[in-house]
Design a binder for this molecule. Structure first.
Ligand code: SF4
Length: 169
């Protein structure tokens, strides 16, 4: 990365290869319009340099990691949007139907709740009471589940950090 927030073409190319490999190894498909895809990835790199985390390139980040955990790419909304529309909100990830032309990319409504609603959802999750001796944590990126006092520092499956886990039960 150069001195400014602007990543070099080489930074973007390397990041593209990394994200593509991760996607393919976990059953996801990156948009096959390579220039479009690299443009999105470049914006994620810029966000990473600006905020310290790779916020979604199509949304306005608040600049506080804790408030934007749900939109760190890949965001919490990727899978439901892929299921319903065949693409994530930015169309960085697409379904096989879109890839093979059986379905067209359409405009995708924003699924992310408002800031106030997100705060309410967090509070509701905090007060959930269970009879288990340990809470169950779920990685919001890959779905990995584990029962322990705290989430692991790094997801053993997809390698994201502990703050991408949510208390599942
Ligand atoms: S909408 Fe797509 S590009 Fe944006 S954060 Fe989610 S997965 Fe990443």
């Amino acid at each position: 990365m150069s001195g400014s927030n602007e990543p070099s073409d080489n930074d973007v190319d390397l990041y593209y290869l990394k994200v593509k490999e991760e996607a393919e190894s976990s059953g996801y498909i990156l948009n096959n319009d390579i220039e479009f895809t690299k443009g999105l990835l470049k914006s994620i790199l810029i966000n990473n340099a600006r905020y310290g985390y790779g916020a979604c390139p199509c949304r306005l980040a608040l600049g506080e990691r804790n408030d934007d955990l749900d939109i760190i790419c890949p965001c919490d909304y990727r899978d439901p949007d892929l299921n319903e529309y065949g693409a994530c909100y930015c169309a960085l990830y697409i379904s096989n139907e879109i890839l093979t032309g059986k379905k067209k990319v359409q405009s995708i409504p924003e699924r992310r709740p408002s800031f106030e609603d997100r705060e309410k959802i967090k509070e509701e999750k905090e007060v959930q009471i269970t009879g288990l001796s340990k809470p169950v944590w779920r990685c919001k990126v890959c779905g990995y589940l584990c029962a322990r006092d705290k989430p692991p520092e790094t997801c053993p499956i997809c390698k994201v950090s502990s703050d991408r886990f949510e208390k599942f039960i």
